[in-house]
Ligand binder design. Structure first.
Ligand SMILES: O=C(O)C(=O)CO
Length: 260
């Protein structure tokens, strides 16, 4: 049995009754890198002392892609996140089309994205890619689903994030291809993996419905893993899911699905 993907898990969603340093140590012991969301929610010294390998974390605090004031806020808070990311040696810094608030809802919801907004978003992401070059870091933009978890987020669909990342086409800006969100919003997972392949920074997974580990829902993740292997993907895959029972068992189900 070989493990061809670099496996990680989102520490925010597992063992929610345990302190974060415990979760990070447990994931590390089990051989997983760790994903976290906003660094502002954590004691940075604790994160540093945990010894975890951080696969990704949120790479901004607030802001938006598609208007001048929002872009200024995004760039300023991305700068702060770069410093924290360097301190923790975080591999990738994650972005969304707009800041997310309570329950993952957009701080500034947007139902209609105009042509001018698309152009501004591309310009903002080029500024993000400039920052990435200057500091030697990698940003990613994550697709989200609109129907269930994140209504009103602009540039949320994989079609949108792929259009932006491929238009910018710079190594410091990649896709965080979240297959849970693709399944809800667009489906056709393997075809999207193929289209996104040249631009993928990380893949995130959870089953649908319920956002739990592979095997709890309708997605054949072992089949997706075989297809990714056949197309030559060898990058990180992160479980961003709740556990249906014991987190250790959820992590082993994830590992089994992505071990070829
Ligand atoms: O819903 C997600 O995938 C998110 O990462 C929101 O933070």
């Amino acid at each position: 049995m070989s493990q061809d993907f670099a496996l990680a898990a989102c520490a925010e969603m597992l063992w929610q009754d345990r302190p974060m340093d415990w979760r990070l140590r447990r994931l590390t012991e089990m051989g997983f890198a760790c994903g976290i969301w906003s660094w502002t929610a954590h004691d940075l010294g604790m994160l540093e002392r945990s010894g975890a390998a951080f696969s990704s974390m949120t790479g901004y605090i607030s802001g938006r892609l598609a208007d001048e004031a929002g872009a200024a806020e995004l760039i300023a808070t991305a700068r702060q996140s770069i410093e924290v990311g360097k301190r923790l040696n975080v591999a990738r810094l994650n972005l969304h089309g707009t800041g997310l608030g309570e329950g993952g809802l957009p701080v500034t919801p947007c139902e209609t994205v105009t042509g001018a907004m698309w152009l501004k978003a591309r310009d903002t992401l080029n500024r993000i890619a400039d920052l990435a070059d200057e500091h030697g870091v990698t940003f990613m933009i994550e697709n989200l689903n609109l129907p269930v978890d994140h209504p009103g987020v602009p540039f949320a669909r994989i079609e949108d994030t792929l259009a932006l990342v491929s238009a910018v086409d710079r190594p410091g800006l990649r896709l965080n291809l979240d297959l849970y969100h693709v399944q809800i919003g667009e489906g056709n997972l393997i075809a999207w993996c193929r289209r996104c392949l040249p631009f993928i920074g990380e893949i995130q997974v959870a089953d649908v419905p319920g956002r739990q580990e592979p095997g709890t829902g309708e997605i054949n993740y072992a089949g997706v893993a075989r297809a990714l292997d056949a197309m030559g993907y060898r990058g990180p895959v992160c479980l961003e899911a709740f556990a249906s029972g014991e987190p250790e068992a959820a992590l082993e189900a994830f590992r089994a699905a992505f071990t070829l």
